[in-house]
Every structure is written in structure tokens, then in C-alpha cells.
Design a protein around this ligand. Structure first.
Ligand code: NAP
Length: 284
């Protein structure tokens, strides 16, 4: 079913969203603070709006994708939200999503929050995922319209859930990139080919290691950190050795040091027999 959709914010991501919705046959009205960014979209059939409020008035589904929540809220100021659904795809925090959800509800609108797990080039293609949370009725109503953007995953009524899961997934990614950077620096310290190492050894190894994470997650949920794989005392010695090796190779172990500190602390508290999942107790 073709919907009237407004897209507010035409940066790299907003433009990709508007283009994909247009290509899927929706009636799309666009607005951006710097008006010129709307031109390529109006050339493709979108309707340009002079103000954000005018774009909102044209649509039943209002998608906002700007720099941050403060900008998103400023844009919605003064717009008539009654009877419309606001879907905020701006990256933010759970508390910001909950506040924005309350504000939209006070003004008579339905609120959905979203976390885009893709870069703009992936929108509308395979592998793109968008996490949603907020009004279940709004998600039911617009799920089909939103499907062309990315695989939708609805997490629940609390609008804070999409940013919570988004941030958790980004956290996993940053940890992986940190490991990659330290590993690459170690390989490069001997002028060995980093790309070959990454493709043939590191990535397959990380895949194999990642498959153990559901077991770690089970231990986190149960609070039973007993291990038959490798305990923290063994890891303490292993990571201490790693850090010395880095120093010998002339590479800074900066991204590894917080992990070493965590393991040392947990062992010092008498938990050396636990597995790595026990480290979560030091983070809570
Ligand atoms: N790019 C990605 O890979 C990616 C992936 C996932 C999520 N996201 C999220 O998507 C959102 C947009 O990212 P993007 O990549 O599209 O960024 P971008 O290309 O830098 O665009 C930023 C957008 O925000 C607008 N904006 C900034 N401050 C504003 C204000 N005070 N009032 C009104 N509009 C304002 C800009 O308007 P002007 O054009 O007038 O400056 C522009 O439309 C961010 O929250 C980002 O975290 C991006």
C-alpha cells in the first residue's frame, strides 16, 4: 500500500531512506535544513516542503533522521503531530528516545524509535537491518511500508529498546575493531602482510571465537561463571604476556590494557577459577 511519508533530514542517511521509499512507490515529501539537498530527490519525484511543519502536515508517517535528538526535537517543534506516527531514526540514547516518545504522545502522535544497522549504501539492499521500538500499533501499521528500507526487527513497546540494542551492537563492533587494530599493529611490526593475515587467519579465527558467545551469554544470564574452557588465572598470565610482547615489538597495547586491568581486578578479588564471562561482574 502506498503511504504519505515525510522524510525530515536529508544527510547521507536521510537521502538513502527517501530514495528507497520513493523507489518503493510511496508518496514522499522531503525537507532539509539546507534546502539544496532536497533537489536530487524532487528530481526523482519527491515533493519538496518549505518547512518541516509543512512536510509533517503532508504525511501520516514522519521519518526524522538528523545529527542528534536535540536537532530532531527542534525540527518537530511547532509541527502538528496529532494522529501521525513519528519514526525517529536519528542515532541516540535510550533516555532520549523515551523523552521524545513522551513529547510526541503529549502532542497526540504515535512514536517509534529506530536504530539503523547499516550504512547509507546498504539501505534497500541485502544485509541492512533496522531495529524498531515504541508503539506496537504504529509498527503494525507501517511495517510493510518500512520493509523496503531494511529487514525490520521490532523489540517492544519501550521506545528506549531500539537505541539500547543499537548501542550494544555498536559496542560489540568497537571491541572487534579494537582487537583488529592491535592485531594488525603486531603483524605490521614485523612488516608482515596485514591483509593476508586478516583474510586468511584473523577473520576465520574471530568467526570461530564469536560462535562461543552464546555460551558466554548463558553464563551471564545464569550468574554461573564456572568454566571448563579457560579460567581467568590462565587468561591473566596470557594477557600479561601479550602486553610484554607488544612492548618488545614497539607497539602500544593501549586498547588491550582495559581488558588486562579487568582480568587482574577480578583475579585479585579471588575469582581466578572463573571463566571470562565472570568479568561482567566488574562492569556492573
Ligand atoms: N551514515 C551512516 O552510516 C549511519 C548509520 C546509522 C545511523 N546513522 C544515523 O543517521 C543520522 C544521520 O546521519 P547521516 O549520516 O545522514 O549524517 P549527515 O550526512 O551528516 O547528515 C546530518 C543531517 O542532520 C541535519 N542537521 C544537523 N543538525 C541539524 C539541526 N540543528 N537542525 C536541523 N537539521 C540538522 C543536517 O542538515 P544540513 O544538511 O542542513 O546540515 C543533515 O540533514 C545520525 O543520527 C547518524 O548517527 C547514520
Amino acid at each position: 500500500m502506498s503511504e504519505n511519508i515525510a522524510v525530515l533530514g536529508l544527510g547521507l542517511m536521510g537521502t538513502a531512506l527517501a530514495e528507497t521509499l520513493l523507489a518503493a512507490g510511496h508518496r514522499v515529501t522531503v525537507w532539509n535544513r539546507s534546502a539544496a539537498k532536497a533537489d536530487p530527490l524532487t528530481a526523482k519525484g519527491a515533493t519538496g516542503a518549505a518547512t518541516a511543519a509543512e512536510a509533517v502536515a503532508s504525511a501520516s508517517l514522519v521519518i526524522v533522521c538528523v545529527l542528534d535528538y536535540q536537532a530532531a526535537r527542534e525540527i518537530l517543534d511547532g509541527a502538528d503531530l496529532a494522529g501521525r506516527t513519528v519514526l525517529n531514526l536519528t542515532n541516540g540514547r535510550p533516555a532520549e528516545a523515551r523523552d521524545t516518545g513522551r513529547l510526541v504522545a503529549e502532542r497526540g502522535g504515535d512514536y517509534l524509535d529506530g536504530g539503523i544497522m547499516a550504512v547509507p549504501q546498504m539501505i534497500g539492499g541485502p544485509g541492512a537491518l533496522i531495529l524498531y521500538s515504541g508503539s506496537p500499533a504504529a509498527f503494525d501499521r507501517y511495517e510493510d511500508a518500512l520493509k523496503p528500507l531494511a529487514e525490520p526487527r521490532y523489540l517492544g513497546e519501550d521506545p528506549g529498546l531500539a537505541p539500547l540494542y543499537d548501542l550494544a551492537m555498536l559496542t560489540g563492533m568497537y571491541g572487534q575493531i579494537a582487537g583488529f587494530l592491535e592485531a594488525a599493529a603486531l603483524i605490521a611490526s614485523e612488516k608482515r602482510p596485514v591483509r593476508e593475515f586478516t583474510e586468511t587467519l584473523l577473520v576465520p579465527w574471530l568467526h570461530a571465537m564469536a560462535s562461543a558467545q552464546p555460551r558466554l551469554a548463558e553464563e551471564v544470564e545464569s550468574g554461573d561463571y564456572a568454566t571448563e574452557v579457560s579460567n581467568l588465572e590462565v587468561n591473566r598470565v596470557g594477557v600479561a604476556n601479550l602486553v610484554i610482547a607488544f612492548e618488545e615489538q614497539g607497539v602500544r597495547p593501549d586498547l588491550l590494557l582495559p581488558m588486562k586491568e579487568l582480568i587482574d581486578r577480578r583475579v585479585a578479588r579471588g575469582h581466578g577459577a572463573e571463566g571470562l564471562s565472570g568479568l561482567i561482574e566488574e562492569l556492573r
